[in-house]
Design a protein around this ligand. Structure first.
Ligand SMILES: O=C(O)CCC(=O)C(=O)O
Ligand SMILES: [Fe+2]
Length: 335
């Protein structure tokens, strides 16, 4: 498929990353400008020709399916800690409720009465001793840990390239954003949404993932062919458009931290997962697998509004902050 053919079908822009990978100064800057344009307009984009082999994407989805098919007693051995800040390991259905900017305990409990119908498994940088990974036993799923770590690294390389493109698109030094992403604080999340009654999803009686924004710098999402991802129209709050599956692509979206860092010039947009656009004959939406990779900045480096995002007419809106301070506040409200 070419970008022109895809453009007719979708509203979230499709950006071809190939010119960046080819490496000419002009090609790299053009891609960066398009990405920044998408982040300013809608906060979401598809990236095609991002450099992650489709065979790796396919294998990661297969490993994810194998993991979620393990019996619960095996998955319990790598259970996500109760401490909300340690985002590693397996979360059973109903453990997590995505809660948007609510910090009041009573209110969070109330919202959790309608849990998101999903299971997840989180892993991160294998060398991080503080926020260590929590794996299933190797004998229960041999090769899983190795492949997750491999795919994590592949995503890391791609994330670094995206950050370089974005810096160029902002007329900054190519390494400007990378210098804030040296610790690899990223998170690989395997998600499994079990078969669910479409009627309940459409009527909002159950949620796959409720409308939310992501916390960090940016998210790179791989989705299987189920569908159901929707993105809020910035021009029309409350109205969501479908972000249909484009095989082999990555869906990239701005996170809240980058929005703040850009003095709100780049949008972190609400998105959710609901029933796929087309009704099935059974009335039951098939299982959905998706794999977001959350890119986060170094925890202890202070950020202030990016150069070029503020002026006398458009002053800085926020105090300087570290990513650690910012994320701690957000994560504690989710778990
Ligand atoms: O499952 C999806 O496609 C979306 C996941 C998502 O938005 C998230 O985990 O933040
Ligand atoms: Fe998200």
């Amino acid at each position: 498929m070419t970008t022109d053919e895809i453009k007719k079908e979708v509203t979230v822009p499709v950006i071809d990353f190939k010119p960046f990978l080819e490496g000419t100064a002009e090609g790299k800057e053009n891609v960066g400008k398009k990405m920044i344009g998408a982040m300013r307009d809608i906060g979401f984009m598809y990236i095609i020709n991002h450099g992650i082999p489709q065979s790796d994407q396919k294998r990661m989805l297969e490993w994810s399916a194998s993991f979620f098919k393990l019996p619960d007693d095996k998955k319990m051995l790598c259970e996500h800690p109760k401490d909300g800040a340690h985002h590693r390991g397996w979360s059973a259905i109903g453990m997590e409720k995505v809660v948007q900017m609510v910090f009041d305990r009573a209110k969070i409990s109330e919202l959790r009465q309608h849990p998101d119908v999903k299971e997840s498994f989180d892993s991160g940088n294998e060398n991080n001793k503080e926020c260590f990974n929590i794996w299933p036993r190797d004998e229960d799923i041999p090769g899983f840990r190795e492949f997750c770590n491999y795919y994590f690294k592949v995503c890391e390389t791609t994330a670094d390239r995206l950050l370089r493109a974005l810096a160029l698109g902002l007329n900054l030094d190519e390494n400007y954003l990378l210098k804030h992403h040296e610790e690899s604080n990223n998170q690989l999340r395997l998600l499994c949404y079990p078969p669910t009654l479409e009627k309940n999803l459409r009527e909002g009686k159950t949620e796959r993932i409720a409308a939310h924004t992501d916390f960090g710098t940016l998210t790179m999402l791989l989705q299987d062919d189920c569908g159901g991802l929707q993105v809020e129209k910035p021009s029309n709050p409350g109205v969501f458009i479908d972000a249909p599956v484009i095989p082999g692509s990555l869906v990239i979206n701005t996170g809240d931290f980058l929005m703040r860092w850009s003095n709100d010039q780049l949008k972190s947009t609400f998105h959710r997962v609901t029933a796929p656009p087309v009704d099935s004959r059974t009335g039951i939406s098939k299982i959905r697998y998706s794999i977001p990779y959350f890119v986060s900045a170094d925890r202890h480096k202070v950020i202030d509004a990016l150069p070029g995002t503020f002026s006398e007419q458009n002053p800085k809106k926020y105090e300087p902050i570290t990513s650690g301070e910012y994320l701690a506040k957000r994560l504690n409200a989710t778990y």
